[in-house]
Design a protein around this ligand. Sequence first.
Ligand code: GAR
Length: 210
Amino acid sequence: MPNICVLISGNGSNLQAIIDAVAAGKIHGKIACVISNRPDAFGLERAENAGIPAICLDHKTFEDRESYDAALMETLDSYAPDCVVLAGFMRILTADFVDHYLGKLLNIHPSLLPKYKGLNTHQRAIDNGDEEHGLSVHFVTPELDGGPVIIQCKVPVFSDDDAGTLAQRVQEQERHIYPLVVHWFCGGRLTMNNNKAVLDGNVLPEGGYA
Ligand code: GAR
């Protein structure tokens, strides 16, 4: 049974979706631990409620990014992760960290990559007058939000949307899509080869599975 470790910074709705999918037998894996860089992350409570080791590794108690990521790696490795899932983990990771988990590090990003890497994606989509927006799940590489896309999901942008309503519409889809990708990965169906996402032996196109 693959060990899944989930990194969070906040609410943890994606974490909850993965917890629920594991409990329902839809993901053949075990959530070995949940780690947050923020002590007040509600996702830690979600993990505790599910009986999963919930660890806070507060970035404010470390001198720099390198020492934080080294401690994060040490903690993660004590749970022997087969899959490291970034679920609203709002920190940029060092290249050392990314290289250490390359090929087993997944992220969900609230935009149709390569559009809107970084922060405030919903507001930026509104400000640009986009008619559609969405989310991407991708393998993490040292390039920020630049790793190969596994799957995207589009949602419409309505004229009366604000960043909050649009975020809600995106997050409603996130909770369906991320567990599916983790299921693929844990089933050995999804890999990263030569900086490409490969599903069931097929190299996925640039925008991921369609
Ligand atoms: C999600 O919308 C996720 O796409 C986003 O943070 C939210 C976390 O929600 N991630 C990023 O912006 C990563 N750059 P959650 O804590 O309820 O899962």
